[in-house]
Design a binder for this molecule. Structure first.
Ligand SMILES: Cc1cc2nc3c(=O)[nH]c(=O)nc-3n(C[C@H](O)[C@H](O)[C@H](O)COP(=O)(O)OP(=O)(O)OC[C@H]3O[C@@H](n4cnc5c(N)ncnc54)[C@H](O)[C@@H]3O)c2cc1C
Length: 477
């Protein structure tokens, strides 16, 4: 790894105690949730937003790679400093202020997503984007990855809630994209260019987020199906009836079995191992009452069993199923290729049949679950790292998966982004002209290539790296 010793000395002189050069500090910032480690030379924890401009100006002068880090929950390796250099840790910039009249949240980039939701809720407002990692991840990371979550189908993803952004261009110049107004039509929309740019086009220091009123009532229903194809057909029938669940989570048979192993309970007594869809409806009290007969009739006609939650506690017990399935998958293999693809609704059944074939042909466990209201499915290819033949089959399976998803009109990522892990597949999704256009934007905003270099465009097979054996706070025990 290239050394930037004189630049790091200048940085330390300029920002003093905010610059950590210790071995432990650098090691802790060397990896994200992908657990692939690349040691940086310094970790900067800015005390105020302006210090980020100071760091970037120095980095430009000395051509030092800079990787910005929220909480490091990305599974894609996007926060790993692959070229060394400096890491900027955003966690100290975490102010949150709710404008209760305007229905907006003014936040700093290091604020935790769940803290923003709680602050909004206290004032009767709702911030819907809800990545499962929300108790850990930052809003800056969410913006950089355009994070989604279970609410995506009804409400949208992070992009749909960003009103304005501020921060620094890779050159160290301060910029504001938009203001705290719901309308803004002045000039190119570079705010949206920053959303999903994975820390490669600039550093977000603050944002204005849109809030919506808290729904007055929620209603939860669990439904079970004879097989995956029937489950996906049933979901389409529901959407066709113009019913919009706030959450519509699908778990295939393998995911259900994982959840059952993890909880020690059958999801439906007598229906063990059937595919399920867990639904939550949210809205006004009378709206919920009006909706129930339609939804129950749908469940009666399409599912082999259904169970309604009559209280918040009962609903919570049903959600345990969904939360427990992911961790339990490691009983099926010690390695997981965790893909967050998107399939258009018209091709749901074709996709379910493809996954069934992939499981048979690869002879691997591939538990699949995800958000049916927006087609964002998590396909988990499980294998044993020490088994060379299995590893090869897993690599072939992920390639086939990506090719099929794009052929079906879908996307190779719906919420995690590209980072390092998805680089082998970027060109399946994008034509050469599209990749060239993205690279031209990168060069225009970051002429010295210092912001998060080595990501997105350079092909890296992340599964060939040795993973650190560390337990992260969000890992399933
Ligand atoms: C258990 C678990 C569950 C998850 N569930 C979901 C889910 O439901 N939905 C979902 O979308 N994702 C999910 N993720 C992935 C991850 O949590 C999200 O991508 C999240 O947005 C990352 O936020 P972070 O603060 O941890 O960012 P980091 O991991 O630190 O960084 C991610 C990327 O954002 C960039 N970045 C961070 N902060 C900034 C900033 N201020 N300015 C510019 N760039 C920045 C980094 O450089 C990096 O490229 C999950 C991850 C885990 C471990």
């Amino acid at each position: 790894m290239k050394s930037f010793a004189s630049a790091t000395t200048a940085l330390k002189r300029s920002l003093g105690a905010r610059v950590d050069l210790s071995r432990e500090g650098c090691w802790a910032a060397s990896f994200d949730s992908s657990k692939i480690s690349f040691l940086p030379e310094a970790v900067i924890t800015p005390r105020d937003e302006q210090e980020i401009g100071v760091v970037l100006t120095l980095a430009n002068k000395h051509r030092v790679p800079v990787t910005v880090r929220g909480r490091g929950t990305t599974l894609m390796g996007s926060a790993a400093p692959v070229r060394g250099g400096w890491v900027i840790d955003m966690l100290r910039l975490k102010k949150v202020r709710i404008d209760a009249d305007a229905g907006m949240a003014h936040v700093q980039a290091g604020a935790k997503t769940a803290d923003i939701q709680r602050a909004a809720e206290k004032q009767g407002w709702f911030y819907p984007p809800d990545p499962s990692s929300k108790e850990f991840c930052t809003i800056g990371g969410n913006i950089a990855c355009n994070a989604g979550g279970m609410h995506g189908g009804k409400y949208g993803v992070t992009r749909d809630f960003v009103i304005a952004l501020r921060g620094f261009l890779p050159t160290g110049e301060y910029v504001e994209w938009g203001t705290a107004t719901k309308k803004f039509s002045a000039g190119f929309n570079l705010r949206d260019l920053w959303i999903g740019s994975e820390g490669m086009l600039g550093i977000v220091t603050g944002a204005v987020l849109k809030l919506i009123p808290q729904p007055a009532a929620r209603w939860t229903l669990l439904t079970a199906y004879a097989d995956e194809v029937t489950a996906l057909q049933a979901a389409r029938t529901l959407f066709r009836a113009r019913v919009q669940p706030a959450i519509c989570e699908f778990l295939d048979r393998e995911s259900v079995l994982c959840a059952e192993r993890a909880t020690g309970k059958t999801v439906f007594p007598g229906q063990s191992g059937n595919a399920v869809i867990l639904l939550e409806f949210a809205g006004g009290v009378s709206e919920m009452e009006e909706l129930k007969p339609t939804v129950l009739a749908w469940a009666q006609a399409n599912a082999v069993a259904h169970r309604e939650a009559h209280s918040r506690e009962e609903a919570e017990a049903l959600w345990v199923v969904r939360r427990k399935c992911s961790g339990a998958m490691f009983e099926l293999g010690d390695a997981k290729l965790n893909e967050d693809i998107v399939v258009p609704m018209r091709n749901y059944e074709k996709f379910a049949r493809f996954v069934a074939r992939l499981k048979r042909s690869s002879k691997l466990h591939i538990p699949t679950f995800g958000h049916l209201a927006d087609g964002n499915l998590h396909v988990n290819i499980m294998y044993h790292r020490a088994d060379a033949a299995e590893t090869k089959r897993a690599e072939a399976a992920v390639q086939k998966l990506m090719e099929t998803v794009v052929a079906l009109g879908g996307a190779i990522s719906g919420e995690h982004g590209i980072g390092l892990a998805k680089t082998p597949f970027l060109r399946i999704q994008h034509r050469p002209a599209q990749v060239k256009a993205m690279q031209a934007v990168k060069r225009a905003l970051d002429p010295k290539g210092i912001c998060n270099p080595g990501k997105m465009f350079e092909v890296v097979c992340i599964w060939k790296f040795t993973k650190l054996q560390v337990q992260l706070p969000w890992d399933h025990k």
